[in-house]
Design a binder for this molecule. Structure first.
Ligand code: URP
Ligand code: ZN
Ligand code: ZN
Length: 468
């Protein structure tokens, strides 16, 4: 009789055949058999009445990135990946962010130093290109693409990161030659600067006005421009963190014309609105919700749901970008109370992404369990070259597994979270369906609010090309 390391017995899972009731056997960190399994194993886990899903892959997280003078992110690699594991994730894709004038190779080495030995879950870097010099475009980017850094993000806004149209086109051309995927932060820089100055001149300085400085039209214009540039070069791109109906209309416009565009949305665009940025009475509490693009209105939330339901969105990521609220190096940095433009942009979310989509989507019957798995694990794996090693319950894949209790009810509370931030923007949100165990390559790393393995078992993963 065969002898496995682990058998999960009597669970309900999602395989490529759909939802199945079956057993899953694991040996040497890989999935070996799926079906009715009569065999011995060192560990037999009875998962009756539970779900056995592929571990979540959060394809958009920011960890330990420099974020301006005297500003510090709330998470390092240790705390962010611990938080990811507690939230049912087994892989995260953070960014190695190039600073202006910096060699890309040196940038990547720095992020490896920060991550090395500090990973609770498997990890792979996207690159952020802020300085597309001839050296970067001609040598470093192609060499790094061949070394498994097969995706990079470009920004159409932010003083330190913005690329002009010619630079965007040049990066797109390298992506075409190297078959890599470009993620685009689509918000128009000049329009934001124009609106910011106007609001400041009118004395409109509270965090709430962050949203008015970057309305949907600014996102829509940049989304259309990015799509047009991608069409000129003839490459697929990913429009990340889509916030509402306007940008989504451009993605649909492109898809209707057969232009290959991928798109991502995030929990903040289904759970938060611009009113959250008002705080208690237009006060600084609103800074807790400042992120870009900003949360919109209820109509936009509905448009985002429609895109999640009808297949327009390919992936659902957190855009985890955590700052502490009561911290002079966080949201309350010098100047932040004098103008919204100094409030660091970003909110924590790597730990709450999966419970939010499960509860709001699956438990409330808006999306199927299969669609949930596709958006949060299988498609991120396929899009960013991790499939079939990751993203699926499949024979031969890594045994990255999250056990879910679909009936467990609890509110999201900062006191129960493992991230480095001192608040969650989702405080008090009712959740039905929680990830209760996280298994990384056959190792149980998290079980019912406890970390089982306090060694850092996460590995750096080199990636293949997009397969979507
Ligand atoms: O506000 C946000 N989203 N900050 C993170 C950086 C980015 O643009 O994704
Ligand atoms: Zn962005
Ligand atoms: Zn981001």
């Amino acid at each position: 009789m065969k002898n496995f390391d682990i058998i999960f017995k009597n669970g309900k899972t999602v395989t490529e055949n759909g939802v199945e009731e079956c057993d899953i056997a694991i040996a040497d960190g890989k999935i070996c058999e799926i079906g009715k399994i009569n065999a011995e194993a060192t560990v037999i886990e009875d998962v009756s009445n539970l779900l056995v899903l592929p571990g979540g892959i959060d394809a958009h997280v920011h960890i330990d990135q420099p974020s301006g003078p005297d500003v510090e992110m709330a998470d390092n690699f240790q705390s962010a990946t611990k938080s990811a594991a507690a939230g049912g994730n087994t892989t995260v894709l953070p960014f190695a962010m190039q600073e202006k004038g910096q060699s890309l190779r040196e940038c990547v080495e720095n992020y490896h130093k920060k991550a090395n030995g500090n990973l609770f879950v498997d990890t792979s870097f996207h690159l952020i290109i802020s300085d597309p010099s001839p050296q970067v475009l001609g040598q470093e980017l192609p060499a790094l693409a061949r070394d498994g850094y097969t995706s990079f993000k470009v920004f159409m806004t932010y003083d330190d990161l913005v690329l002009n149209d010619e630079e965007l086109l040049k990066v797109f051309e390298v992506a075409k030659n190297e078959k890599t995927l470009v993620m685009v932060h689509a918000e128009g820089y000049d329009a934001i600067r124009f609106l910011t100055k106007k609001l400041e001149d009118e004395g409109k300085l509270a965090p709430y006005y962050h949203g008015l400085s970057r309305p949907q039209i600014v996102e829509r214009e940049a989304t259309h421009r990015a799509i047009s540039h991608a069409q000129i070069v003839d490459i697929p791109i990913v429009i990340v963190h889509v916030s509402g109906e306007e940008a989504l209309s451009q993605i649909k416009w492109a898809k209707d014309r057969g232009i290959k565009i991928f798109s991502e949305t995030c929990p903040q665009y289904i759970c938060l609105t611009e009113d959250d940025m008002k705080g208690l009475n237009m006060d600084f509490e609103g800074a807790k919700y400042v992120c870009s693009p900003p949360p919109r209105d209820l109509e936009s939330q509905q448009a985002i749901w429609d895109g999640l339901i009808d297949g327009t969105f390919d992936i659902f990521s957190s855009d985890h970008c955590p700052f502490r609220f009561k911290d002079s190096k966080g949201k309350d940095r010098p100047g932040a109370r004098t103008s919204f433009k100094w409030v660091p942009n970003g909110i924590p979310g790597v730990e709450t992404r999966l419970p939010i989509l499960f509860s709001e989507g699956v438990s409330k019957n808006k999306i199927s369990l299969e669609r949930f798995v596709e958006l949060t694990s299988t498609n991120p794996a396929k899009m960013y070259g991790l499939y079939p090693q990751k993203g699926s319950i499949k024979v031969g894949s890594d045994a990255d597994i999250t056990i879910w209790d679909p009936n467990k009810r609890n509110k999201i509370q900062q006191t129960n979270l493992s991230h480095g931030s001192d608040y969650t923007p989702y405080e008090g949100l009712d959740i039905t369906g929680w990830p209760i165990q996280t298994w990384l390559r056959g190792n149980k790393i998290y079980d019912q609010n406890k970390f089982i393995v306090n060694k850092n078992l996460g590995k750096y993963i080199s990636r293949d090309f997009c397969m979507l």
